[in-house]
Every structure is written in structure tokens, then in C-alpha cells.
Ligand binder design. Sequence first.
Ligand code: CUA
Length: 313
Amino acid sequence: MDSSSTFWLPTKASTFTGHIDTFFYVLMWLSLFFFLAIVIAMGVFVYKYWRKRPDQLAQAQITHNAHLEFWWTFIPLIMVIVFFFYGFKGFLDMNIAPANAMQIKVRAQKWSWAFEYPEGASSDTLVVPVNHPVELVMFSRDVLHSFFVPAFRVKNDVIPNRYTRVWFHATTTGTFPVWCAEFCGTNHSNMLTAVRVLEFGDYENWLKGASDPGKGLAPVEFGKLLYTKRGCSSCHTLDGSKLVGPSWKGMWGTSRKLTSGLSVTADENYVRNSMMNPQGEVVEGFPPVMPPFKGILSDKEVDALIAFIQSLK
Ligand code: CUA
């Protein structure tokens, strides 16, 4: 199967590309055909029936033509009925996952993605085996996002307080972009990740390594890994520049002025509290937009992040 991208469509990497791409091209060329046919006929008629002299009489009015009116109604009717059945079949295929599909949980939040696997592993890029149906069960921790993998031709809204799903069957190994396709605030355009499609054996090996990501790492190293993996990096920089939230560089041990007017020292308790209950102590000059990580970060992960922040002099 030729999987390369074309001028009109991205790389093909799932079983959905067949009918979606065919449908897309049929609709596009048909639209182009009718657009040209109508515009050219209009131009010809404008020219042909132009009133060229002031004494020229108006053309005789033609009230109707039964044959023409029948065919220009009947042919489009057949066309839309065919499109409906073709589209409805595709809609059902894309909405009902096969019974043997493997389930992965997707959690969206401003502005990162997290993926949780049945074996307890988690990651910030989606990793899936090739030639195996995969169903994603998705929810949002804050606002409306949309999970979109152009190469798979799958997209669905990710909504707070409700699970939504997509499924796909990847046909090619490789790495393909994942976008958030619903405007969700300041960093929406950076809410990007990727899906890595691996051979089944490689996927199983990856899963083994990913089930305990902190294993064998010093807390500072683990914290550094979590900084991107848990999405901290979408709001907090490490170089002192201001993003959505305060930079972590040089923060440790300083006095933080809060919106409540009080001040607090950036120590272990402050950092832990900021993760568990971010709205409790908001630093002056920043919007109270951070989602709570209570129940998401383990104690080990909190300690690792504290160690990492502490190391950023
Ligand atoms: Cu999330 Cu846009």
C-alpha cells in the first residue's frame, strides 16, 4: 500500500484511509466538475444573451422544460442517496470498534495529552502495535479538546465529564502527528503529540519498560522525565521565561507573592500543594488555570518533581 502523503491528503497509516480518501476525491472532483460546468455556462449565457443594441428586443421567456427538470432532479437525487449509504456505512465502521480491540485511556488537559495502557504503563506520546485494532477511551480534565490523527483519518471531541471514543487499525509502522483540533485556550496550537506505531514485539518490549518509568533513575532524573511526560512543560519553562505559569528556574527557596496578598516560601510543602491544589496559592501575575494533579501524580512522582525543581538553580 502506498502510504505517502499527497497534495490533498496526509500520509495513509490506517484501514480507514481507503474509503475516506476515495470519498474525499469523489466529492472534490464532482464539486469541481459542477463548479466549472455552472460557471462556464453562466459566462457563455451572459455573453450570448447580452443586450448589444438599445433597440434589441428582450428574448422570449421559456417557462419550463419538463425533460430537463426531471433529469436535473433525478440524477442528483440518486447521487445523494449513494453518498448517504456510502457515508453511513463508513460512519458505522468508524464508530463501532471490533470486539478484540485493545483499550487505551486518553486524558486531555490544557495543554497536553496523557495515555494510560491496560498494563499500568503511561506515556505522553501514544504507542500502539501495528495491524491490531486499538480503541481509545478519552476524557478531558478541563475544557473541550479534540483528538485528531490525520494519518489515521480519525478525530473526535474530548469532553469533560463524559467519555468519548475513537478506534483505528494502524497499517504502517512509523511516527505520525497527533493534534488538538479544538481551540482550547492560550497554548492550543502547542497541544501536539505523536503516535508511534511499532511491530507487536517492539510494542510489548516498550510496554515492559514503560510500566515503571522511574525505575533505576535518581529522583532528579525522574523529575526531569516527568516534566515533559506529565505535561508540566506546556506551562512552565526551565529557562526563566514566562509562559502560562511561573518558570521553574531559580524558583526554589524564593519568596512567592500570592494573589491573596500573602507571601510563601517555595519549599517542599508549597510545591506539593501547588500540584495537588493549584487554586489554593496562586502567584501574583498568573491566571489560576492549572488543573489539580491530585490522584494523578503518585507520591514518588511528586517527590521526583520536587527534587527536579530544587535542582534548577
Ligand atoms: Cu486542546 Cu486545543
